[in-house]
Design a protein around this ligand. Structure first.
Ligand SMILES: Nc1ncnc2c1ncn2[C@@H]1O[C@H](COP(=O)(O)OP(=O)(O)OP(=O)(O)O)[C@@H](O)[C@H]1O
Ligand SMILES: [Mg+2]
Length: 473
C-alpha cells in the first residue's frame, strides 16, 4: 500500500484509546509499522494517566467506553495545559455528532469506524504537525511575554510580567476572571488577551459596559427578550449571553450593575442557562465570564457595589492592573507599541520619543493611565508625522512639570469652554460635558465626579457604545 512506503523510524508516541482489545490491536497495527511508538489505554481514565506520564504527540480515541467515556476524556484534556490534537472515532453516519465534537470539545478531527488505514495515517501525521505548530505558537507567545509583549499588550516591569503570567495561567481554564484596575490601565485589553489565548478564541468576544445601559434595559441586554414582552419589544432580541455563546463575555463596570441583576447573574453563572425577558423556557448557554471593575477590591470585598456572593463567584482568578505611575519603566515599551499602531492608523512613520519627551513622560503622574498616554501619543504622532516625537509635538495641555501634572484639570481653567449669550442651554450643557470629558482623557468616573453627577447620568447625557462583538479569528 502507498502509505506504507513512507516509514521514517522514531516517530513520536501516539495514544490509542479504545475499550475493545481487538480495535486497539487494529489501530496499533496500522500505526506501528509507520514508525509511531503506540501507547494504548482501555478508557478515558487510563488514557489520562498515560497522557500525564508520556509526552504523546497525538491521540486516537473511541467515544463509548466504560469508566470514563470519550466525551469526558476530551473535556478533561481541554483542562490540561499541554495541547495535544485528538482524532475521534465515530459511528458511521454520525456526522452531526462528529461536528459538534470537533467544535465543542476541540477535537482535531473525526474518523468513521472502521478507520481506513491510509486515512488514519494521513490524519495522524497532520494532527502531529498541527500540534507542533500550536505549541510553537504558545512558546512564541511565552517568549514574547518575557520580552515585554503579550499580544498587543506591552510592558516589561515586574508588575506587568506578573499580569502576563496570570493572563496565561487563566486563559486555558473555564473559570471566571475578575479584572480590576484604575480607568485606562488596560482591563479590556487584558480581557481580550485572555479570550485570544483561550480554547474559545475562535468563538465570539462580547463586551458589555454595565454602566452604559439604563437600569431598566439591562436584563434584556444581557438575556434578550421575546417579541412583545414589553413596550418597544417589536422583535425577538438576542442578549449578550446568547451572542457570546461558545465564546467569552466581558461584563465591564460590573459594580454598576443593579443589585437585583447581580443576583440573577449569579444564578446564571451557577446554572449556565438563561431565560429571555418574556420567555418561558430556560436556554442553555456556554459562555466564559470575565468581569471588570475599577473599584477597589480588598481582602474582604469591594465597596458595597458588588454583592459579596457574586464577588466570590467571579473572583476565582483575580488580575489587578497596576497604575501606570507605579510602572513608569513600561512607558517606552508601551509607547513603542502604541506608536506602531498609530503609524498604521494615520499613515505616519514616527520612530520614537525624543529624550526630552521621555523625561517629561517619566515625571508625569498619568492619572488617566495608558489611555491618557495613548491620547497624548495620538496627538503627537499626527503632529510629528515622521521622525522623533519632540516636546513641541505634545498637546498644549500636557503638563510641563510634575506640579501641574497632579493638579486636577478644570475645563474652565484654560478658557476652553466659554459660551455666547443666546445659545440653547441644552447645547451648552452637552458641549460643557464633552469638554470636561476631553479634559480628563475621557475618564468618565473623574468627569462624573467633577460634574457632580452619577456615572450613569453621565452615560445618559453622553452615551457610548455599550457593547462590542468580535467574531473569533
Ligand atoms: N499594556 C498596554 N500596552 C499597549 N496598549 C495598552 C496597554 N494597556 C492599555 N493599552 C491601551 O490603552 C487604552 C485603554 O485600555 P483599556 O480600554 O483596556 O483600559 P480599561 O482599563 O478597560 O479602561 P476603563 O476603565 O476606562 O474602561 C486602549 O487604547 C489600550 O489599547
Ligand atoms: Mg474598559
Amino acid at each position: 500500500m502507498a502509505y506504507m512506503t513512507l516509514q521514517p523510524a522514531n516517530r513520536p508516541p501516539v495514544l490509542v484509546v479504545d475499550d475493545e482489545e481487538q480495535d486497539r490491536a487494529i489501530l496499533s497495527n496500522i500505526l506501528r509499522p509507520l514508525g509511531y511508538a503506540v501507547e494504548t489505554a482501555a478508557n478515558g481514565r487510563e488514557a489520562l494517566a498515560r497522557f500525564d506520564a508520556i509526552p504523546v504527540a497525538a491521540i486516537v480515541t473511541d467515544l463509548r467506553m466504560p469508566v470514563m467515556d470519550g466525551f469526558e476524556f476530551l473535556r478533561a484534556l481541554n483542562g490540561r495545559p499541554r495541547f495535544v490534537p485528538t482524532i475521534v472515532l465515530t459511528n458511521v453516519g454520525d456526522v452531526g455528532q462528529a461536528v459538534s465534537i470537533v467544535h465543542d470539545l476541540q477535537a482535531f478531527w473525526f474518523l468513521e469506524k472502521p478507520a481506513r488505514p491510509a486515512v488514519l495515517a494521513t490524519l495522524v501525521e497532520r494532527a502531529i504537525k498541527y500540534g507542533e505548530l500550536h505549541r510553537g505558537k504558545e512558546l512564541l507567545e511565552r517568549q514574547l511575554s518575557q520580552q515585554g509583549m503579550l499580544g498587543e499588550m506591552a510592558g516589561n516591569s515586574r508588575a506587568m510580567r506578573q499580569v502576563f503570567d496570570l493572563i496565561q495561567m487563566a486563559a486555558p481554564a473555564q473559570a471566571p476572571v475578575l479584572i480590576t484596575g484604575e480607568s485606562g490601565t488596560g482591563k479590556e485589553m487584558a480581557a481580550r488577551a485572555i479570550h485570544r489565548l483561550s480554547p474559545r478564541s475562535s468563538g465570539p468576544f462580547v463586551a458589555i459596559n454595565c454602566a452604559a445601559v439604563p437600569a431598566d434595559l439591562i436584563e434584556s441586554e444581557l438575556f434578550g427578550h421575546e417579541k412583545g414582552s414589553f413596550t418597544g419589544a417589536v422583535a425577538r432580541h438576542e442578549g449578550c449571553f446568547e451572542q457570546a455563546n461558545r465564546g467569552t463575555l466581558l461584563l465591564d463596570e460590573i459594580g454598576e450593575m443593579p443589585q437585583s441583576m447581580q443576583a440573577r447573574l449569579l444564578r446564571v453563572l451557577e446554572e449556565s442557562t438563561i431565560r429571555r425577558v418574556g420567555g418561558t423556557g430556560e436556554n442553555p448557554v456556554d459562555v466564559r465570564i470575565l468581569a471588570a471593575t475599577n473599584r477597589v477590591i480588598s481582602g474582604t470585598g469591594t465597596d458595597k457595589s458588588l454583592r459579596r456572593d457574586l464577588l466570590y463567584r467571579l473572583n476565582v482568578f483575580h488580575i489587578n492592573l497596576p497604575h501606570l505611575r507605579e510602572r513608569k519603566e513600561d512607558i517606552p515599551d508601551i509607547a513603542k507599541a502604541i506608536i506602531g499602531i498609530l503609524n498604521e492608523k494615520h499613515e505616519c512613520s514616527v520612530q520614537t520619543l525624543h529624550r526630552d519627551v521621555q523625561r517629561r513622560f517619566a515625571s508625569h503622574s498619568w492619572p488617566g493611565n495608558v489611555r491618557e498616554l495613548r491620547n497624548v501619543l495620538e496627538w503627537a504622532v499626527i503632529t510629528a508625522r515622521t521622525g522623533l516625537i519632540q516636546t513641541w509635538h505634545l498637546p498644549k495641555s500636557f503638563p510641563a512639570s510634575r506640579e501641574r501634572a497632579v493638579a486636577a484639570p478644570s475645563p474652565l481653567s484654560d478658557g476652553a469652554a466659554r459660551f455666547a449669550l443666546g445659545r440653547n442651554l441644552k447645547d451648552i450643557k452637552l458641549e460643557y460635558v464633552e469638554e470636561t470629558l476631553r479634559s480628563v482623557n475621557n475618564d468618565r468616573r473623574r468627569a462624573a465626579q467633577m460634574l457632580g453627577v452619577s456615572l450613569r447620568t453621565l452615560y445618559n447625557w453622553v452615551p457610548e457604545s455599550r457593547k462590542t462583538v468580535r467574531a473569533g479569528s
